[in-house]
Ligand binder design. Structure first.
Ligand code: FAD
Ligand code: FES
Ligand code: FES
Length: 502
């Protein structure tokens, strides 16, 4: 059985399709139609809900933390012990007057932030999360960030962004949900500390192991089981390819896989810990990685998606892999037989083929200490700034001693069937002077390392050209030189990569 709180109602479910998403459950089993389905792939945000989870604050006290997620990607089983808040809970009355509306709703009305209204419930939930988590208006940049995963096809974003600010001009409404959630948590059936919460539908099962021991035992018992963590890739398979797996094992609550520790600058990141819960630690040592993590999907996706899911999915266009490879990160593969540690770079074999065995799960990613002289550059080229998959992702890390480059590690996504190191480029950088011309020369090695394909995102020619330009740009940035707009050296045009122009 799984148990969670839906708005103000405790829910217990046992008999249910293991692959049912919260969105489908809300709409087909609960008749809650406020949460909309636009795309079922995490791209539109119409299905946004709040998911509350008990955390411990700095004083060691339990607090409930609310975040947005795409309910079209969240499996019902993953809601166990959580508080699911839908748009129906935002206003208590069925036919509220303007003054009964929550400040975010009232502001959206007064700023004319809704026309057809299809996106509106999702937008309200994203505004609400921002409002709950920020006692004062956090600024336009934060507002854009919070709404990056919500598409509106008719109103235009200016009135919506104005409404985010305006909501703070009314009398503040305190977050009313956590007291209810705490009551629910206290009543939660604690026998599930020892047993595994589950869902079943005939022979089909969903298991939610609560620790690593339960997890590896289940994986040994069901080697063909589908693993899921945040579900931001897996649920798309369910929704688009109508997969009906017999057994799903969710890693999302296996406590050892959801931890973060900082061992004097060496980061140990649990494979099932969502991005939003570890990126701040990452930025402490590698602030350059903001370019990738802040632009990875949307807030909703970052609140669910995990490193284990990204690497486990083995997509050639996943952004974390090039970063982790360039930083020489390692990963732990856990099974009932024990743990083996490998370099992230050695995980990928061919398109969607990896070295993982059927009884193993990725349990942890270790990011080493930052070397003193490390210079790091992360670049993501995509058609849209917010919530878009990379056309090319390039990460370059070098060290230098007295102006000579060493330990160059260059990894790229979108350029091959797997996230891959650029051996020739690295060779051309190592032992060379830290000068722009070194990078221009190395950029010419791109065709020795990669033969990218053309697809809907871009042509092979574009991918090669933009990669060369990025390497040249990195050279300019690393060497502190000023970019020139008309440098025909080696026939590489130096372009300031502006997202607006891509
Ligand atoms: C709208 C949208 C935008 C996105 N934008 C980006 C983007 O900009 N950049 C980017 O890189 N990605 C992006 N993604 C992809 C996705 O969010 C990431 O790959 C995410 O990290 C997947 O994590 P997850 O926990 O949700 O994986 P899940 O969907 O839970 O799992 C994905 C796969 O990995 C396997 N798996 C999960 N955990 C483990 C584990 N611990 N061990 C072994 N196998 C495991 C599962 O079996 C499954 O096959 C986007 C996705 C969506 C829906
Ligand atoms: S329905 Fe579009 S993001 Fe979920
Ligand atoms: S109001 Fe129509 S999609 Fe936003």
């Amino acid at each position: 059985m799984i148990q969670f709180l839906l708005n103000d109602t405790p829910i217990e479910v046992e008999e249910c399709s293991p692959s049912l998403t919260i969105l489908d459950w809300l709409r087909t089993k609960k008749g809650k139609m406020g949460t909309k389905e636009g795309c079922a792939t995490g791209d539109c945000g119409a299905c946004t809900i709040l998911v509350g989870e008990e955390k411990t604050n700095l004083n060691g006290n339990p607090v409930w933390h609310y975040q947005t997620m795409n309910s079209c990607l969240l499996l019902l089983g993953n809601a166990h012990a959580k508080h699911i808040v839908t748009v129906e809970a935002v206003t208590a009355g069925l036919y509220p007057t303007l003054n009964d509306l929550h400040p975010v709703q009232r502001a959206l009305v007064e700023c004319h932030g809704s026309q057809c209204g299809f996106c509106t419930p999702g937008i309200i939930m994203s505004m609400l999360a921002l409002y709950i988590n920020n006692p004062s208006y956090p600024g336009k940049k934060a507002a854009i960030h919070a709404l990056g995963g919500n598409l509106c096809r008719c109103t235009g974003y200016s009135p919506i962004l104005l409404a985010v600010e305006k909501a703070y001009s009314y009398e503040r409404k305190n977050e009313p949900y956590s007291a209810l959630a705490a009551q629910f948590k206290a009543s939660l059936n604690t026998q599930y500390d020892d047993d595994v919460p589950f869902l079943k539908n005939g022979p089909r099962k969903f298991y939610l192991p609560q620790n690593a021991k339960q997890l590896v035992e289940l994986k040994a018992l069901y080697p063909q089981a589908h693993l899921v963590a945040g579900g931001t890739d897996f649920a798309i398979e369910l929704n688009q390819n109508m997969l009906l797996p017999d057994v799903i094992i969710s890693l999302s609550q296996a406590k050892e896989l959801c931890t973060l520790s900082d061992n004097n600058g060496e980061l140990h990141i649990g494979a099932a810990l969502p991005y939003s819960q570890f990126v701040d630690a990452f930025y402490t040592y590698y602030p350059e990685s903001k370019e990738l993590f802040e632009r990875l999907g949307s807030n909703q996706v970052r609140n669910s998606g995990t490193l284990g899911g990204s690497i486990g999915n083995a997509s050639p266009i996943g952004d974390p892999a090039p970063l982790l490879i360039a930083l020489n990160a390692t990963m732990d593969l856990l099974s009932a037989a024990g743990t083996r540690t490998i370099n992230v770079a050695d995980y990928f074999i061919d398109y969607k083929k990896t070295v993982i065995k059927s009884d193993e799960v990725i349990s942890k990613i270790t990011v080493p200490n930052r070397p003193d002289s490390l210079k790091l550059a992360c670049h993501k080229i995509s058609k849209r700034f917010e919530d878009d998959i990379s056309t090319v992702c390039l990460v370059l890390a070098i060290e230098q001693t007295q102006g000579v480059i060493s330990n160059a590690r260059c990894a790229m996504g979108g350029m091959a069937a797997i996230p891959k190191r650029a051996a020739h480029i690295e060779q051309k950088l190592n032992t060379q002077p830290l000068e722009v011309s070194t990078f221009i020369d190395a950029a010419n090695g791109i065709n020795d390392d990669f033969a990218p394909m053309s697809d809907v995102r871009s042509s092979a020619h574009y991918r090669t050209t933009v990669s060369k330009n990025l390497l040249q740009r990195i050279g300019i940035e690393f060497c502190g030189a000023q970019p020139s707009s008309n440098n025909n050296n080696n026939n590489i045009a130096i372009t300031r990569i502006s997202h607006a122009s891509l």
